[in-house]
Design a protein around this ligand. Structure first.
Ligand SMILES: *Cc1c(COP(=O)(O)O)cnc(C)c1O
Length: 351
């Protein structure tokens, strides 16, 4: 049967109001790719799968929640949506708003948004406003303005975002036949970890698919859930998780605790190392934040605090590498230039 998007496939399992009118770009249905080489590099003896969420329509998992949030807003007759964003939410909101014929406004922290994300938001026609402050400041502002004016908030504080994002847990269980033993993923504003945990719990109730242990990973320079207090000036190359006051922090901690998992921090160096390893070993290029879950898994296995032997592990890679090309090209040596002669090419290739 032709794939018709997430609300068509899983809408009956999502808590959306009857007025919801589907706005879809055929999001979801992303591949779960077995990563044997990376598993071996991490010691082997376990099954590792990458849920490649960068293959959603706008290049990140945000589309799962956005199809639900914009479908609800559209069905209710909203004319304008707004969000604060580190970049991917902005691009996703702008695309789904365009599809529904709504106006979109996005607030981003000045100078801290990756090129591919800003370009996306602009291409889809959003009104983009830079805030001379952090993501957390921008989020406070959009909450204030939506309390005062009839503009629909589509950050993950919007409950329909979480509903839509649960579908990735459903897809994983449908594909594997059950929940994995461990689920590793990056944690920023903590909507996604909240949604996965809700999704796995719901599927387990209906289909007895079991529950994973959840390993949430923050960047060391913006790890409020590891430190136990907000971070005023969060810093990390993983801009998608550069968040000092996660809106759903409590729920993230609860997911970790209930699942007998944990939330840990990975340094920028560990994150970038994993980004490179994943690309060169498996051919999967993700943006830095998306490598955080796997970086955390490597840390845990290295410390001996997570024994992967005989286990089935799923890592969520949240966004595509093409969103943030600068991180690769800024330190890159310029490719060699040779004259258009066969001998010159042979010399370079064969030495
Ligand atoms: C939004 C985002 C995250 C963080 O997700 P939260 O729900 O904010 O925890 C991680 N990686 C990428 C690529 C993202 O766009």
């Amino acid at each position: 049967m032709t794939y018709q998007g997430l609300l068509h496939k899983y809408g009956h399992l999502l808590d959306l109001p009857p007025h919801t009118q589907t706005v879809s770009l055929l999001e979801g249905n992303t591949p779960l790719i077995q990563a044997d080489s990376l598993s071996r590099q991490l010691g082997g003896g376990f099954e590792l799968f990458i849920k490649y969420e960068g293959l959603n329509p706008t290049g990140s998992f945000k589309d799962r929640g956005m199809t639900a949030a914009v479908s609800e807003a559209h069905g209710r007759g909203a004319t304008t949506v707004i969000c604060a964003s580190t970049g991917n939410t902005a691009a996703s909101a702008a695309a789904y708003a365009a599809r529904a014929g709504l106006k979109s406004i996005v607030l981003i922290p000045q100078g801290k948004v990756a090129a591919g994300k800003l370009a996306g938001a602009l291409a889809y026609g959003a009104q983009v406003i830079q805030i001379d402050g952090s993501f957390d400041d921008a989020l406070t502002m959009v909450v204030q303005i939506t309390n005062k004016h009839p503009i629909c908030l589509v950050n993950s504080l919007n409950p329909y975002r979480i509903e839509g994002q649960k579908t990735s847990a459903f897809e994983i269980c449908d594909r594997l036949g059950s929940a994995p033993d461990w689920l590793c993923l990056p944690v920023g504003n903590a909507g996604n970890i909240t949604a996965y945990w809700a999704g796995f719990k719901q599927y387990n109730e209906v289909k007895s698919t079991g529950l994973p242990q959840v390993l949430g990973v923050q960047a060391a320079g913006s790890a409020p859930l590891v430190l136990g207090h907000p971070v005023e000036k969060p810093e990390t190359v993983a801009t998608a998780i550069r968040i000092g006051k996660p809106a759903r922090g409590e729920q993230a901690l609860q997911a970790a605790e209930e699942s007998h998992g944990r939330i840990i921090a990975a340094t920028d160096e560990q994150i970038l190392h994993m980004q490179k390893t994943l690309a060169t070993l498996e051919g999967i290029w993700v943006e830095p934040a998306s490598a955080a879950g796997l970086a955390g898994l490597a840390i845990e296995i290295g410390n001996g605090t997570l024994n992967p032997k005989g286990k089935r592990i799923v890592a969520i890679c949240t966004g595509h590498g093409m969103k943030d090309p600068d991180i690769i090209t800024k330190d890159m040596q310029k490719p060699l230039i040779v004259p258009p002669k066969l001998e010159a090419l042979e010399e370079v290739i064969l030495g």
